[in-house]
Design a protein around this ligand. Structure first.
Ligand code: SF4
Length: 286
């Protein structure tokens, strides 16, 4: 029997050899897509793409998930750490700029095992929802070069309403402190070699939540990490938010950024709000 799982702040304590966690994952690592991806921020995607590895399941349970086909079930192909290590080598040989683990939290132990077997000679990107335990982030520091992390919420009531998880804000802030302290920004040829990008998806009708994220970034991390504001919300899955961001909301968010003099920032255009950017996944049933 394995240990009770405590890889994410929910700490549901499930024995994943015997059952499935709230993240929907068992003990077998399942992967839904391994391929170059061109729709991350420019210093991540570059010209050759980012070598993405999309995992099945998710430690958050967002009602509006844009990748719901893989996050809401335990689909995809099973991989051992040895097999993942082989895939990392192949991705690296394809010429991508980095390895990008997407929704990795619930398999972070197996990712470390794979990287112990083979460590690519390109940056390792940890692409997370921001619902991370600081102890897990500490363990990842020797393995990860770039944290591409969401800060979805500045208000736990909003986090519980839309993602059904407690203590998001406290855990996200603690983890960000560790990430940013340990990974100062380093660029080479316009690509991010090391550092932290904080992503925030603006939820229509929830601008105070976004203001909280922007204000926190401005007050704490403005010169040490990059902010990426995403405006492409599309109502998908079970979203109780049934519309896209309005032009007025978009303008108000831009004004908030400008009021802080934030320059180290990526902002998506409003017209990127389509589901065209959702990739195809392997969705073989369990
Ligand atoms: S990673 Fe999954 S199984 Fe582990 S504590 Fe979080 S929700 Fe539970």
């Amino acid at each position: 029997m394995s240990e009770p799982c405590r890889l994410c702040p929910l700490q549901c304590g499930i024995d994943r050899d015997l059952s499935f966690g709230a993240c929907r994952a068992g003990s077998t690592m399942r992967i839904c897509r391994i391929a170059p991806h061109f729709y991350e921020e420019p210093p991540i995607s570059g010209t050759n793409g980012s070598g993405t590895v999309f995992f099945s399941g998710c430690s958050l349970d967002c009602e509006f998930c844009q990748n719901y086909k893989i996050s809401k079930s335990y689909v995809g192909k099973p991989f051992t750490p040895e097999q993942l290590a082989d895939e990392l080598k192949s991705l690296e040989e394809s010429g991508v700029h980095n390895i990008n683990f997407v929704s990795p939290t619930h398999f972070s132990d197996k990712i470390r095992m794979a990287l112990d077997i083979y460590r690519p000679n390109i940056p390792i990107v940890y692409n997370t929802s921001g619902y991370e335990l600081s102890s897990v982030v500490e363990e990842l520091l020797p393995y990860v070069d770039v944290f591409l992390t969401d800060m979805k919420y500045s208000d736990d009531n909003v986090a519980i309403k839309y993602s059904k998880r407690p203590f998001y804000v406290e855990n996200c802030k603690k983890s960000l402190d560790i990430m940013i302290k340990n990974k100062p920004l380093v660029y080479e040829n316009n690509l991010l070699k090391q550092g932290v990008i904080i992503r925030h998806l603006v939820l229509p009708g929830n601008l105070p939540n976004t203001f909280g994220v922007i204000d926190y970034y401005a007050e704490n991390y403005k010169s040490d990490a990059v902010l990426s504001i995403m405006s492409q919300f599309v109502p998908l899955y079970n979203s109780s938010i049934t519309r896209k961001l309005s032009p007025l909301e978009y303008k108000i968010v831009l004004n908030r950024l400008y009021s802080h003099g934030i320059e180290n920032c990526f902002i998506q255009d409003l017209d990127s709000a389509t589901d065209d950017y959702v990739p195809e996944f392997y969705t073989e049933p369990l």
